[in-house]
Ligand binder design. Structure first.
Ligand code: 5RP
Length: 262
């Protein structure tokens, strides 16, 4: 069965498999969104179904909540749980300090709320997501639909005063109509190419009326698990300054593929 995995899926799978080793019985776990996070939810489902592990998941999107229900991970809302032991999520970009761009899947708002409400955030990614400077991936910004074109103009005006290489903003579309987040908001993707000062940019973006949140996750990620197509992982802990390399056993993955939806 594992022979059917593409190299990139294998990289995502081993990252997810290693990351769930951080989850302990009784933990409240934030469940990220995206194709890498979906592997993690499937791995957690297997631990719940086969090992009887007791965890409570808090999903960061409706589609993650649906997948969690399908694979048997019990879900509660963040308001029911209030605080989490751990969040495991994917990323669109990460730099050497484990600062991130997220929101490629449009779930950045719930993802940031959940990650911020967690003792620890673990990111799972493959090596293609690593960058020297954030910004090659278009930065998602969630905006209120009311007056979004004015908000976009204000963002573009603000961008002329910050150190970035590109300044175009585009409304994210889904089949010709605006993509809507789980909160019913729109996403503006900022094509910045290189962000010299992510902290400054994040602060000024969030001061613009109409902006709900941006996809810069700064000083939030504690550990990154980088999965590689050869079945190895690199585990970087930014707090301890440790970097470990391990090989993940992927022999017994049969049950995960039954649920594979993304
Ligand atoms: C969703 C996200 C995802 O974590 C990010 O887009 C990575 O997705 P994938 O694992 O599919 O590459 O931020 O809002």
């Amino acid at each position: 069965m594992t022979a059917e995995l593409s190299p990139i899926d294998k990289a995502k799978y081993v990252a997810a498999r290693r990351a769930v080793e951080f989850v302990e019985d009784g933990m409240r776990v934030g469940l990220g969104t995206g194709s890498t996070a979906a592997w993690m939810v499937r791995c957690l489902g297997e631990l719940v179904r086969e090992d009887g592990m007791k965890i409570t998941g808090v999903a960061t999107s409706a589609r993650t909540a649906q997948l969690a229900a399908e694979v048997g991970v019990p879900i509660k809302t963040l308001d029911e749980v209030r605080w989490l032991d751990l969040t495991i999520d994917g990323a669109d970009e990460y730099d050497a300090n484990l600062n991130l761009i997220k929101g490629g899947g449009g779930a950045l708002l719930q993802e940031k709320i959940v990650a911020t409400a967690s003792d620890q955030m673990i990111v799972i990614a493959d090596p293609t997501k690593q960058v020297d400077a954030l910004g090659a991936f278009p930065l998602p910004v969630e905006v209120i639909p009311f007056g979004w074109q004015t908000t976009k103009a204000l963002i573009e005006e603000m961008l002329s005063n910050v150190d970035v290489l590109g300044r175009a903003a585009s409304l994210r579309l889904n089949g010709g109509t605006p993509f809507k987040t789980d909160e019913g908001n729109f996403i503006l993707d900022l094509h910045l190419r290189r962000i010299a000062n992510p902290t400054q940019l994040s602060l000024v973006l969030n001061q613009i009326p109409g902006v709900v949140e941006n996809g810069l996750f700064l000083d939030i990620c504690d550990v990154i698990v980088i999965g590689k197509p050869d079945g190895t992982v690199e585990v970087r802990d930014i707090n301890n300054g440790t970097v470990e390399h391990e090989r993940i056993d992927i022999a017994d993955t049969e049950n995960l593929f039954v649920d594979k939806a993304e």
